[in-house]
Ligand binder design. Structure first.
Ligand code: N01
Length: 536
């Protein structure tokens, strides 16, 4: 970045969102735009998350851009679910095809952005002290990019090595002959444990909240399926863009009570065999009706008990305290089977909590567990974390950290009152993490691009939402969550409950991607209702 440069737009982050936003602003609107990226290369989430077993749980034919048929025809996924290397290769292909790299500055972490009211532009500064200004500031920083390492006394003095899965060393970690402790059994921990256990001398898994998981059933893609996805590009896109969660499958129209118990069992068994997130699409009331949900929960708990041989371990794993899918449901490859290995132990932190980390291991209330390596699969300061780690200041130098002290307040998850010309791709208050992310990202990027085009066509200098519009949207976000069982799992990261001191507010919009898309389109069609478009 050249000191003192003025740009039409600065985009923060070079993952799926940043790349497409650059393409739209630079090539479709003709803006002078630049991406600033903290990492050393493309990928966003997939640049950092290289932990053992890492794999996307959206299927390859849907975890991609849909804006270009040509792009879809050129790219061949190799497995049912793409791994980080394949996703990075895909993004590299996209960047080459559209010549995006020339406008991306890697190793440039944005640390602050301040709106200059007189000049009506943003002053942006990176960690190395470089500065530029931009009329439009778009954050494409991801929802799960701010690693959450819990504060456990003693970690600093630990004599072994420790890693967070979201900041995994690019050269990998050699677990051979090592005693490994893994804290966390969310989507990441459930993916990592079976792979770590393959080479570690011993793996101790520290579980605070037991979790459901459905087999992913990953496999190489058959050439016939690859051909089918190319031939049915429009059909796949139509499904992904019109469903609740942006995946390329529809949620069944039936309720649990519409079928007999025997039929229900057969439906669950077929979904279990098929594997993946489609398990939650078996009935449409799984996320809204407690009794319906309990049937899926019981099915999955029974599978855990049937798989895990040691009864006490099985019981600790099946002792799940929330409805199925109320926390983000993981999918796995041999997670529960891993507990049958002689070199794997489960520690139930609900009964035996961690007290401290010692020089040589983790000390729970009843015993010390000697370890050479600790793996923190402890998740992220989700949604707000990546935004608030930058010092973002709007009108009158008001600070986003201050303004969001009681929780994020946005209009549509796209803009914040008092922060003109500032857009957040998949920000809090949008469907974001409740969807197949690239589909949500494309919708946001295209909406933002249209909004900026509209502003430029009409001589508008600043775009920002009305405070009332944001307040009302915030109420709708809470209402949408309350209508689902997501609201029952108060200890989920959707509420920010995993980060001590974080305000407990349900953050994503749970009303469905299909509904959200229509709301955004309607607002734009009505002249950007709820937004102030100021000409001077
Ligand atoms: O993080 P999590 P994650 N002491 O927050 C535990 C996406 N993802 O990285 O549940 C002990 O879900 C915590 O316990 P509890 C996906 O959206 C996608 O696994 O808070 N334990 C939990 O078990 C996912 O949901 C893919 O009681 C502590 C775990 O750590 C999101 O990323 C793959 C603790 C954290 O689970 C985050 O998943 C992987 C403490 N102090 C992830 N603090 C795809 O395939 C936390 N824990 C796309």
């Amino acid at each position: 970045m050249v000191r003192g440069t003025h740009l039409d737009a600065v985009i923060v982050g070079a993952g799926f969102a940043g790349l497409y936003q650059l393409l739209c602003l630079r090539d479709r609107l003709g803006l002078k735009a630049q991406v600033l990226e903290a990492g050393g290369d493309l990928g966003g989430t997939w640049y950092w998350n290289r932990y053992p077993g890492a794999r996307c749980d959206s299927e390859s034919h849907a975890y991609r851009y849909f804006f270009s048929r040509e792009l879809a025809e050129e790219w061949e996924s190799t497995e049912r679910y793409p791994g980080p290397a394949e996703i990075r290769a895909y993004l590299d292909h996209v960047a080459r095809k559209f010549d995006l790299r020339r406008d991306i500055r890697f190793n440039n972490r944005v640390v602050s952005a301040q709106f200059d009211e007189a000049a009506k532009h943003w002053r942006i500064e990176t960690e190395s002290g470089e500065r530029c200004t931009a009329t439009w500031l778009v954050t494409a920083v991801g929802c799960l990019s701010s690693a959450n390492v819990p504060t456990i006394p003693g970690l600093d003095a630990f004599k072994g090595r420790w890693y967070h899965t979201g900041q995994w060393p690019h050269e990998g970690v050699d677990f051979r002959g090592k005693r490994v402790g893994q804290i966390g059994t969310g989507s990441t921990g459930i993916q990592a444990a079976p792979v770590i256990a393959e080479t570690a001398a011993h793996l101790t898994i520290f579980q605070r909240t037991a979790n459901y998981s459905v087999p992913a059933r990953n496999a190489p893609l058959a050439p016939e399926f690859q051909r089918w996805t190319r031939e049915h590009f429009e059909q796949i896109r139509e499904i992904a863009q019109s469903t609740v969660n942006g995946h390329a499958f529809r949620i069944e129209e039936r309720n649990v009570a519409d079928v007999t118990p025997a039929e229900r069992q057969a439906i669950y068994e077929a979904a279990w065999e098929k594997g993946g997130l489609q398990f939650r699409a078996t009935f449409k009331d799984l996320l809204t009706d407690r009794a319906a949900n309990a049937t899926a929960a019981e099915f999955l708990k029974a599978r855990i008990r049937a798989t895990v041989k040691d009864p006490a371990t099985a019981e600790a794993l099946a002792d799940i305290d929330h409805p199925y899918s109320a926390k983000r449901p993981p999918i796995d490859t041999d997670y529960f089977e891993t507990f049958n290995r002689p070199n794997v132990t489960l520690v139930n932190l609900r009964k035996d909590p961690i007290e401290r980390i010692t020089l040589q291991g983790i000390c729970t209330r009843t015993q010390e567990h000697p370890l050479d390596i600790i793996v923190f699969a402890t998740g992220f300061d989700a949604l707000t974390g990546p935004l608030l780690r930058m010092d973002i200041r709007g009108r009158g130098a008001r600070s986003l950290r201050e303004d969001w002290k009681a929780g994020p307040e946005t209009y549509l998850g796209l803009q914040v009152p008092g922060y003109p010309n500032f857009f957040t791709i998949t920000g809090p208050g949008s469907p974001s993490v409740l969807t197949n992310m690239p589909v949500a990202i494309e919708q946001h990027v295209e909406w933002i691009t249209d909004c900026i085009a509209h502003a430029r066509r009409n001589g508008v200098q600043t775009v920002e939402p009305l405070a009332d519009a944001a307040r009302e949207w915030g109420e709708r976000v809470q209402e949408a969550a309350r209508a689902t069982l997501l609201y029952d799992a108060k200890h989920s990261w959707y509420f920010g409950a995993n980060v001590p001191g974080k305000p407990q507010v349900f953050m994503p919009y749970a009303g469905g991607m299909h509904r959200y898309r229509k709301i955004c389109e309607g607002i734009a069609a009505q002249g950007y209702q709820g937004f102030v478009m100021a000409r001077a």
